[in-house]
Design a protein around this ligand. Structure first.
Ligand code: 5GP
Ligand code: ZN
Length: 135
């Protein structure tokens, strides 16, 4: 897509520190890492979010993340994938962060605010109904 930063990286119009690629995906180092080794995995074909991303790329991305974790022998890490402005997506070409967590002060910090919900059962039944294999 024109004017998409990550499409330009895939097309080599903007330089990147490449680490891996397949027919469907491209992986490179993050320019502003939260920790040493912070890297990004993206579909080669433009997709704005996870749910726009073709299944072939989705499969390759998780497998590629696993390979990199194993190659670097990372023990603690987070996979982050933001969709939408409120959810902190800044680049609107879907991407998966692999963020090593070497210690408490580096890597991803998470503010986790659990609260009660009286809609969990209702939502679960909607999902079961819509995803039922008999439908
Ligand atoms: P988001 O908040 O959209 O999930 O994260 C976007 C990520 O892309 C950030 O971690 C940011 O550092 C990274 N990023 C933004 N621009 C560039 C760039 O030009 N090159 C590289 N390698 N990473 C980038
Ligand atoms: Zn793009």
């Amino acid at each position: 897509m024109q004017d998409c930063l990550f499409c330009k990286i895939v097309n080599k119009e903007i330089p990147s520190e490449k680490i891996y690629e397949t027919e469907h995906i491209y992986a490179f180092m993050d320019i502003n890492p939260l920790a040493d080794g912070h890297c990004l995995f993206i579909p080669k074909k433009h997709a704005k979010t996870l749910h726009d991303t073709p299944d072939t790329a989705l499969a390759d991305i998780l497998i590629a993340i696993k390979k990199v974790v194993q190659v670097l022998d990372i023990k603690d890490y987070n996979i982050l994938q933001n969709n939408g402005i409120i959810a902190h997506q800044a680049v609107f070409h879907a991407h998966w962060h692999l963020i090593p967590k070497p210690n408490k002060n580096e890597g991803l910090s998470i503010l986790w605010n659990p609260r009660s919900s009286d809609r969990q059962e209702e939502i679960a039944s909607i999902i079961r109904e819509k995803l039922s294999p008999t439908k």
